[in-house]
Design a protein around this ligand. Structure first.
Ligand code: ZN
Length: 242
């Protein structure tokens, strides 16, 4: 086989791994960011929960104060009753007392609702807090894993890029530049196998004469359709490799 072609085949393998690892290195940081956002969301959920409980407690205190004020008014009105001189005045005060009673009952109903809500919140808070803690614990483990994966990937990439550079230095300049151009333009594949006259890169048939040249000569040829370099690999070699 042509020496450049042999090196291109090795280079293609390296480039596939480089491409896969580059994609991982691009996606991992955003995955880590996403996990951190999830933790932040869980923490904010707990904060919002606590803020709601505080708001409910304040509403309950306000209602209690309103009840106290209404009770004071009732006491004052009752005091007035003893000094009343006319029936009209008497009835007016009784009407007022009745209204205060109604108001107190309404306030106490609302107070009760809030108290029930607060009781429920006490149990619910435990679950919300545990969820937040659990999310944080899980994220911590996964983030650490992903960070260590990034470290490993970077180390492996250094090795791959060094191997690539030394391989590239042994390939003719015009061939490597053509390969790299095709690699970029054609989904990361710059050299591919020809099988039964079909290019494995674009699945199109090459002219029979070209096919026999690829099979038998020591020259290097490109697919006329996709410009990928082509190599022939006999069937038994294939099963031996795989
Ligand atoms: Zn092709």
């Amino acid at each position: 086989m042509n020496a450049d072609l042999e090196r291109l085949i090795q280079l293609q393998k390296l480039d596939e791994e480089i491409l896969r690892k580059t994609r991982l290195l691009e996606s991992l940081p955003s995955e880590i960011k996403h996990l951190n956002v999830e933790v932040e969301t869980a923490r904010n959920g707990l904060k919002a929960f606590d803020a709601q409980v505080e708001a409910d407690k304040k509403a309950k205190r306000d209602l209690e104060r309103e009840v106290e004020v209404a009770k004071d008014q009732i006491a004052k009105d009752k005091g007035k009753l003893t000094a009343v001189k006319t029936n009209v005045e008497y009835r007016a005060i009784l009407k007022e007392l009745e209204n205060f009673d109604k108001k107190i009952r309404a306030l106490e109903d609302r107070e009760l609702e809030i108290m029930e809500k607060l009781e429920g919140a006490q149990n619910a808070r435990k679950a919300v807090e545990e969820n937040a803690k659990e999310a944080e614990k899980r994220a911590k483990v996964v983030v650490a894993e992903k960070e260590s994966a990034i470290g490993e990937l970077k180390k492996r990439m250094d090795v791959l890029l060094a191997d690539r550079a030394s391989l590239v230095s042994g390939i003719s300049g015009s061939i490597i530049s053509s390969y790299e151009k095709t690699l970029k333009a054609r989904d990361g594949v710059g050299v591919t196998r020809i099988k039964d006259m079909i290019c494995s890169g674009c699945n199109q048939m090459v002219p029979p004469q070209l096919y026999y040249q690829i099979k038998s000569s020591d020259e290097i040829y490109k697919c006329p359709h996709c410009s990928r370099y082509l190599y022939f690999q006999p069937e038994e070699a294939e099963s031996r490799v795989e």
